[in-house]
Design a protein around this ligand. Sequence first.
Ligand SMILES: [Zn+2]
Length: 293
Amino acid sequence: MIKKITLLTLLLNVALFASLRVETTYATMGAVTKKIGGDLVSVHVLANSKYDPHFIVPKPSLIAKLRRADLLIINGGGLEIGWLPALLRNAHNAKIQNGAKGFLDMSHYVHMIDVPESVSRAFGDVHAEGNPHYSIDPYSILVMAKAIEAKLSLLDADNAQTYKKNLDIFLNEWNMYLSTLDTKMATCKDKRVVQYHELFNYFLKRYDYKSLGNVEPLPGVSPSSKHTLALINLIKDEKIKIILQDVYHEKRTAQFIADKSGAKVLVTPHDMGVNASKTLEEFYNKIANNICQ
Ligand SMILES: [Zn+2]
């Protein structure tokens, strides 16, 4: 009972001190926001990382959260296009609409890769604006942290010094982590993989890997038998050992390909919170441990 009261008091205190209510679409951005905002912000993540980030179920409870928000931080690059616009319209919160002071599109701060020459959404491609999964690159955390610090300071100038101090501490921590990760990644031998969905391209590019094929014929398009057979032949010819599978797509196709080709399927997190990754470091370590063989 005493424990319960203490916890309640603690939660109330945090709520009283928190001056900004921040909603982020995905967990990794939420974790960075918490690092910079500390007790001055309350952070809530809209998407449950168990599900496909392109197709989050737009529950009414999310509208209520957006209605009360002071700041909305989105991944952008088309990743939320299938679920967020309707929620945002229904929230009727002018503070966080696209272009408002309380809106931050993180994709404006990163260089998007895999931008198609012609828009192929007509064929079901969900990466029509390029590959939106840039947060899979651990270096993107540095960019996010700086953009979030600037936005929090703009919205809450009285606490700008605290946000700046938190940013400096976090950048220092993160740069140390990156140098450990870089050291580990320098030991990897075979730098070739196949993926289910093009989730890991930014991580692969960072560490000079090649992604030689995808289980999906196009991002967001279900596997066909013709494509699957071609992929089995490719994996056999190239002697590729790893198929990176996410937690939310069906796993039968990748397992079938693995059984026929001798590669192995490694379920790999696409966002913090997946595969029991409770911290940013655990999230990137789990990706690195799977990819680096
Ligand atoms: Zn995608």
